[in-house]
Ligand binder design. Structure first.
Ligand SMILES: *Cc1c(COP(=O)(O)O)cnc(C)c1O
Length: 365
């Protein structure tokens, strides 16, 4: 079979989604299934939907369009602030977008009027992680201005933590989001449909027994796909952490010294790798590199070590593994490795329906 390839186990993703939906439903929280890490892959979206996810979110309009073209009719939110230059594509393909700038909302309103639709807006609020968001003190004014646009309906508010600075969602910042929802509703006499508390980093808080207040939505991607919460990257109980793996083929296998010889300077990526002398090792090269994946995000199986990576070569100390040239090696991945591999034209994506039955594999593009 062709390599390198991502093996995407749809059954495991489906099962992960089911567990999370059930756990959060007890707290009155709905999931927006975030599809960016799989670039809106129709098969994965379908697994989300079969598990009971009724709304999707993606950061890229291209992915949203891909989902529309593949027949997804459910609500899709654009969860990154739209660019002014893509306003028309946004209102045509997504019902809701997450916003922080009046100029963007103004463009969306004009585009929506031109297309004869009403576009939903969720206002994102800055609560300390210092990425996107309206400063809390500016929220009332922003809501007032948003409500005046004829092509726009204010759907709710939200926040995003733990992405840029690693600020953890906890009672204080989540309580503040709830309080802001109440203030907006009372000030303007409106009802906010969505109070979106955050991403996979919110799971510890949401499932801890804390009062979840007004928060009725979380946008989850990594937790469903990789089965981990994202504050400490601990596996979530009851979830599969190996739903997606990458397979590469060995193209060289030799006993080599572990210590390079000759004068040492920078490698291809501008660093001087540390030197260790562990004597002679069994060194394998897999046909996999920075073009295909983030090598730092690969998790090798036991008894195998990644000792170097270039644009096209992954150098392994394969220790006790019985490999030959032409053998395949499989790695679990972190988020960074996953999104690079997904976006790489060199990596084939293969869907599996059941973890135990390799015969159920069917290649797509
Ligand atoms: C990517 C993203 C998410 C989903 O994050 P996960 O860690 O994959 O759950 C949620 N909200 C926003 C704004 C995002 O960009």
């Amino acid at each position: 079979m062709t390599a390198p390839r991502l093996e995407i186990n749809l059954t495991k993703i489906f099962e992960n989604a089911r567990v999370l939906i059930a756990a959060l439903a007890q707290k009155g929280i709905e999931i927006t299934g975030v599809t960016k890490s799989v670039m809106g892959c129709p098969k994965v979206t379908d697994s989300f939907a079969r598990a009971g996810i009724t709304q999707f979110g993606d950061s890229r309009i291209k992915n949203v369009e891909r989902m529309r073209q593949s027949g997804v009719s459910a609500s899709i939110s654009l969860i990154r602030s739209p660019m002014v230059s893509e306003a028309e594509r946004v209102v045509r393909n997504s019902k809701i977008s997450f916003n922080t700038e009046i100029d963007v909302i103004s463009s969306l309103s004009s585009a929506a009027e031109a297309c004869g639709v009403i576009h939903g807006v969720v206002l994102m609020i800055e609560l300390g992680d210092l990425r996107e968001g309206i400063m809390p003190g500016d929220l009332i004014d922003t809501v007032r201005r948003t409500l005046r646009f004829p092509g726009i309906k204010l759907k709710g508010i939200g926040t995003n933590l733990a992405c840029r600075s690693g600020v953890a969602p906890e009672e204080k910042n989540m309580g503040q989001l709830s309080a802001l929802a109440d203030i907006v509703e009372n000030t303007f006499g409106i009802r906010l449909e969505i109070v979106s508390g955050g991403n996979s980093a919110n799971l510890n808080w949401a499932l801890s027994g804390a009062d979840t207040g007004r928060i009725n939505n979380l946008r989850l991607g990594e937790a469903i796909i990789l089965g981990r919460e994202t504050l400490h990257r601990r596996p979530i109980k009851g979830l599969h952490t190996d739903a997606i793996s990458i397979v590469a083929e060995i193209i060289e296998l030799k006993a080599k010294p572990s210590r390079p010889w000759g004068q040492l300077a920078q490698n291809a990526f501008g660093v001087m790798p540390p030197i260790t002398d562990r004597g002679t090792i069994t060194q394998a090269i897999a046909a996999l590199g920075h073009f295909d994946v983030d090598p730092n995000g690969l998790i090798p199986s036991r008894g195998m070590k990644i000792i170097g990576a270039g644009s096209d070569h992954l150098v392994l100390d394969v220790q006790a593994h019985q490999l030959r040239v032409g053998s395949e090696v499989e790695f679990d991945m972190n988020y960074s490795a996953l999104i690079r591999a997904m976006a790489s034209p060199f990596v084939t994506k293969v869907m599996k329906e059941n973890s135990d039955n390799l015969k159920n594999k069917a290649a797509i593009h």
